[in-house]
Every structure is written in C-alpha cells, then in structure tokens.
Design a protein around this ligand. Structure first.
Ligand code: SF4
Length: 356
C-alpha cells in the first residue's frame, strides 16, 4: 500500500512511502524541437504538472534533454524503447529518471549497460510493462493477456535488475482494459514494495479517456495503491493535468484549489449557464491558492439559492441576469454579461482577505 512503498527520488520530487501522489504527463512535441517542448512543459507546470516525460526516439532527442532540463523546473523523465544507447545518452544528458521496457531493450548485456549508468548516477528506472507487449511465454502460460501475466512480467523484470545490483526502481503496469488494470495493481501491490506509477493506457479521447481514467484510477487510488499517476488522453496534455488533479481532489488525496459546482440546467434555465460554468471553471484555475473555496453556478432562482447555500459564493440565473449569493445570502442582481467578472472580483477580494 502507498505508505509502505519505498521512497524513490525523481529529481526534486519524492514518490512512495506515503508522499503525496505525484501528477505527471508526457509531452506530445518532438523532443528534438527544444523550443516547443520547453514551452509545452512550462504550460504543464503552470497547470500543476509535477513530473514530465518526453519521448527519446533518437540520439538528437537524447542530447536535447540537457537544454530542455536547464529551462524547466520539474523532473524530466526520458522514455526509451528498443535502443539501450539512447537510455545511456539520456542519463548522460541529465534525465532525472528513465522509463524502459527491459523486454524490448535487447540482450541482458544491454540492459546491464543501462543499469550500470543508472547506478553510477543514482537515477531511478521505471520498469514499464503493458498489455500490448506481454511476452509470448506469458501469453501462452495464462492463455492471453491477463492481470497475472502482466504482474509476472513486471516482477521478472525488476528481479532481473535487482540481480544486477540495482533497486532504485518504479514499476508501471498498463492496460487499456480498466478492470484488468485494477486487478493487476491489486496483485502487484501485494507482492512488491516498489512505488507504482499508475495509469490507464490508450484510454481514449478527452471525453472517454477521462471516464476510463477516473473509474480505473479512482478504484486503484482508493484502495491505497499508486504513488504517481498519469491520465492518458488523446488531446492537449494540459487536459491530463486538470483531470489528474480533479481525480485526486475528488478522492480527498489532494487539497488546494477551488471546487466549482454547477447545476445540470433544465427548462427553467434562462441564461447561458453552460457557457458561464465553463468560463468559471477555467477562471478559477488562477485561484489555486484559495484552498477549499466552493463556487456554485446555478441556473435559476427556484433551486439555485438553496443549492448554492453550501458554497462560499455563487450565482443563480434569472432572465438576462443572475443573483449573486454569498454564504447562502442573496446579495444583489448582476447583468448576465458581468457575472464572470463579478465572480472574479469576489475571489480576488477573498484572496486579499486571506492574505491580511
Ligand atoms: S438550479 Fe434551476 S435551472 Fe438548474 S437544474 Fe435546478 S431547477 Fe433547473
């Protein structure tokens, strides 16, 4: 379980051993394109990303890590497949962690060369297995891709690296089958104390990927398993960070930031509530310091004020206007076009009060 896993340090972020579950993402820029990669990482940092991974498919990408790392503020992880020389070059160029699948790195001599470099520099290795690359023997043994097979594959690989005298490791097991992924994590958590990187792979587009990730990560994290997470979405990686933060907050594993509640709208709604709720949700990301504040965006005055009572601040829509509500008390009417800026002004005021 989370408190019982080993602590692994990735640059300046510690995971495992009960440390907060770290949020990570992966760039979708070409790593060789330093300017675009750095700019995406800085955007991800502002959104709350704590560890960033980049693909290293070429030697040019491995060499670009040095420059990238000097311009960002969060640990940089190099994702390597097939070529052990890229893993070594990535570490020589400043990677804070590498992610490899020892199964596709080649002979054990090659894996050993990677492990030796990691050992010299004390760089953690994430040993990743996923359902798409399960070994033939395990597929035959378990009659296809199964949670047991994934776990056995991961444990075989960590044992191989342990035999080489290294245990600064993180394990990840990924499957796009959500319930298989849950089962695999339950199994591996009972059999190892290495920190676990948890994610649902190939989860899908923003809409379907969010649901699969919320269900899968929700169950796994709630069981006390998982030390760092990545929500994989086919979309802007910033969306992954927003989703990861929301999953952790919903489970009570993260504090901080404003919670927005909004009604589903119905035939009584007479303002553009859907538009307003979306604008409010992105506006409040600027107020992450207002820990525990709740903002309600409700469609009408029938249920709005009552439903907004639990919130610190809220609006209840009328016809072309909205009622501003503070701590359940109606304060004043505000024209529809000014609701967003009035809410922002109230949050700024709250911030000033807190800083006094
Ligand atoms: S708050 Fe009003 S508009 Fe929104 S769902 Fe409830 S009744 Fe409908």
């Amino acid at each position: 379980m989370r408190e019982h896993t080993k602590v692994v340090r990735i640059g300046n972020v510690a995971i495992g051993g009960g440390n907060p579950v770290a949020i990570q993402s992966m760039c979708n820029t070409k790593t060789e394109d330093v300017a675009s990669t750095v700019s995406q990482i800085l955007r991800l940092e502002r959104a709350g990303c704590e560890i960033i991974r980049v693909a290293v498919p070429t030697m040019e990408a491995a060499k670009a890590l040095r420059e990238i790392r000097s311009r960002i503020h969060i640990p940089l992880v190099a994702d390597i497949h097939f070529d052990y020389r890229l893993a070594i070059a990535a570490m020589e160029n400043g990677a804070d962690k590498i992610r490899i699948n020892p199964g596709n790195i080649g002979s054990s001599d090659r894996v050993r060369a990677v492990v030796e470099t990691a050992k010299e520099r004390n760089i953690p290795i994430r040993v990743g297995v996923n359902s798409g690359s399960l070994e033939k023997e395990l597929l035959a043994k378990y009659g296809g891709v199964t949670a047991e097979g994934l776990v056995e594959s991961a444990l075989q690989k960590t044992a191989m690296i342990e035999d080489m005298g290294y245990d600064n490791l993180v394990i990840s097991i990924k499957s796009s089958d959500v319930m298989m992924c849950v089962k695999a994590h339950e199994l591996i958590a009972s059999r190892t104390d290495y920190p676990l990187h948890v994610g649902i792979t190939e989860a899908g587009t923003v809409a379907s990927g969010n649901i699969k990730s919320a269900v899968g990560l929700g169950i796994i994290l709630h069981e006390g398993i998982g030390d760092t997470i990545r929500v994989s979405l086919t979309g802007d990686p910033v969306e992954e960070i927003k989703s990861a933060k929301l999953i952790l907050r919903t489970l009570g594993l993260r504090k901080g930031g404003i919670e927005v509640v909004s009604c589903p709208t119905c035939g009584r709604t007479r303002i553009d509530l859907i538009g307003l709720a979306n604008q409010v949700e992105s506006m409040v990301t600027e107020f992450d310091d207002l820990d525990g504040v709740k903002v309600a965006v409700m469609g009408c005055v029938v249920n709005g004020p009552g439903e907004a009572r639990e919130a610190d601040i809220g609006v209840a829509g009328g016809i072309g206007e909205g009622l501003l509500i503070k701590k359940g008390e109606a304060v004043r009417k505000v024209p529809e076009g000014e609701l967003l800026s009035v809410l922002r002004g109230e949050l700024e005021e709250m911030r000033r009060e807190r800083r006094k």
